[in-house]
Design a protein around this ligand. Sequence first.
Ligand code: SF4
Length: 410
Amino acid sequence: MKMNVEKKLEILADAAKYDVSCASSGSNRKNVGKGLGNATGMGICHSYSEDGRCISLLKILLTNYCIYDCAYCVSRKSNDVQRAAFTVDEVVDLTINFYRRNYIEGLFLSSGIFKNADYTNERLIRIAKKLRTEHRFNGYIHLKIIPGASSEVMEEAGLYADRLSVNLEIPSERSLKKIAPEKDHVSVYKPMNWLTSRIDENREDRKKYRKVGSFAPGGQSTQMIIGASPERDLEILQLSSDLYTEQKLRRVYYSGYIPISQDTRLPALKTAPLKRENRLYQADWLFRFYGFEMSEIVSEKHPELDLEVDPKLAYALRNPDLFPVDINKAPYDLILRIPGVGVKTAQMIVKSRRYGKVRLEDVKKMGAAVNRAKYFMQVQGKALPMIASDPHRVRSAIIYQKGNGQMNLF
Ligand code: SF4
């Protein structure tokens, strides 16, 4: 019996929710008046469902049929689930209709593998091409590149998509081989390397020649599944650091493994390790925006992130000799290391002290989480001396204080 589009949507949107690499950012293409949609503004909006997954985009698989059998994946060929596949026109129509109704700001499209990588990639690209060229769709498009993609296929994908991503999935080759034997990291790194060079080349060309079109203006990203294999936070974050510096990735996404299958090769988790996922994002943030070296966050001595406290607080507790920091004298970089002080607050402190001494009330007004920050800073000669003498007590006080500020990022 022929399956209707609603049913396909139900199946293929559900299957896509396991891929978290869908935040729409980094694209700057404007609607010049004749087209439909606009990646600017809309494209940089992030929305998350209750379980922390991004929902601002129409996020679907083209199909959940797959020739591979990755143990951690709900779409693996040996899994007894209902299968469905959209046609190219069905995805195009859904995107346009949802966009017109303001349900979505763009499209995140991934897929199980039909036949082979390029056969599948070509279908994904046909959708993006049709949206851009026939419907003049200017909304955000994130296309998943199936590992093993050829350069010809990626060249075309980059013309129509804002962002491309090739998923690493499992952080080490050894673990990948164990739970997804048909896959290898070479087929991920090859397209990733190619995209890195092509995106760089395009940026250089666009500086020189105004008429050169953009190629994947939102760059590339990847996703790692956390907790399906034994890699420690140290290995995961070291890998992320390499991906940011060597591959110039815009984002590395961490997806806590959702225990969906009974397979002896997988750990017996009851629930997805969401707290660990959250800590990895916080550590990633410290590395990208707070000037931390990965080795300051995780090391052989501290190979796992502390699940009880955020990584910035954990760093401060491990390094009491750096504190308290005098906010009226210390350099910006050191102020940024005070737990509870974010980038904006640190910038405001440095700016304000040009005009007079910054007081505790001022820091509060600037948005600092003073409940935490007070243990690590000195304001006009006053400091709580506990951090230097007793970091354990500070840790306990912060963890148990009423309305624990752990919901704030740092
Ligand atoms: S190739 Fe992708 S869709 Fe197919 S089983 Fe593996 S992870 Fe799932």
